[in-house]
Design a protein around this ligand. Sequence first.
Ligand SMILES: [Zn+2]
Length: 390
Amino acid sequence: MSEINFDPVVLTQSLVKCASITPEDDGALTVVENHLKTIGFECYPLNFSGNNSYEVKNLFATIGNEGKHFAYAGHTDVVPIGNESSWKYPPFSGKIDGEKLYGRGSEDMKSSVACFISATKRFLDKYKKLPGKISFIITGDEERDSVNGTPRILEWASKNNYNFDHCLVGEPTSKHEVGDKIKIGRRGSISFFLQAKGIQGHTANSHLAENSAHHLVNLLNSILEKPLDEGNENFLPSSVQIATIDIGNTVQNVIPELAKATVNIRFNDMHSSDSIIQWMDKKIEKIFSKLENASCTYTFEANAESFLNKPGILYDIISKSISDITGKNSTPEQATDGGTSDARYIKNYCEVVELGIRNHTLHKVDEFVYTKDIIKLEKIYFQILENYFK
Ligand SMILES: [Zn+2]
């Protein structure tokens, strides 16, 4: 068992040393649990399975009996390391070199989890009687299916009468300096797995065949023809990306019967999964309805709807806390870009804002954080607790 040490830099290292490649845990949640237990939290390790996904370890921890309920949400799983020999230091060493702490998950998002634990410890030390409730919603599966993680913890909490007033998600949101950017919404994501079907034949006898690839290419062109939208004040334009085109033909003299493509769409709040599906249906109809010998079918995965949380009390408190620590009067940029996050589930329960460390090396080889950024983020988190509960 790793030692109990609430220094946010040391605690980040302890977490990075767990090789918690999603959805493996490798002791990361135990590090969180052991620290929170030490400062009086009731801890509930929650293992969920089913729903057509693998089993996931999670942790819910809570302290306080009455008053406002503040939740912090995060994940301890990390994405795979890629090619280990490309890393300057072993990816799970937590090696500090000069101003940098290296390791997979150092930025996304073990430093944030460490900072919120440290800030909570300092806050509880300062106020012997907690003027409210604080809970940690920590999942071991944010980076992959996200099925038996945060959504299940939230269901469980609700069933057990834990109702949150506000939630801070610690994903890395900052840009040039810690606290200059927060997230108040996210784009949605849907993937289509398209399959065009024609009639196989000899390339020399094309009149006896129907080339599925030609029709698929026409469909993809029509999909890319015109942007879905131009974006709006809160969101970037929606993005349509062809992820794969697969025919798998091993010879050059056969006209393929089947041609497949995967299309991923990141959409803003001007669309929903349903409206995107209707858009896709129309595109397919336009290309294929007049063809006698070719057709197109698809399956889809609707991964997330887009959402926007209008800035409220929590936003104001976070914004003020950042100014208190940085000494700057400017308000942080309110963004909705990037991938999806578990905030998309939490928004159904309470106001949620995302604020974390600078986003610059996440998911890359040699992921690192500046130790001075960890120290600053911990101070901002502490200030958020101060301003929230006073
Ligand atoms: Zn993350």
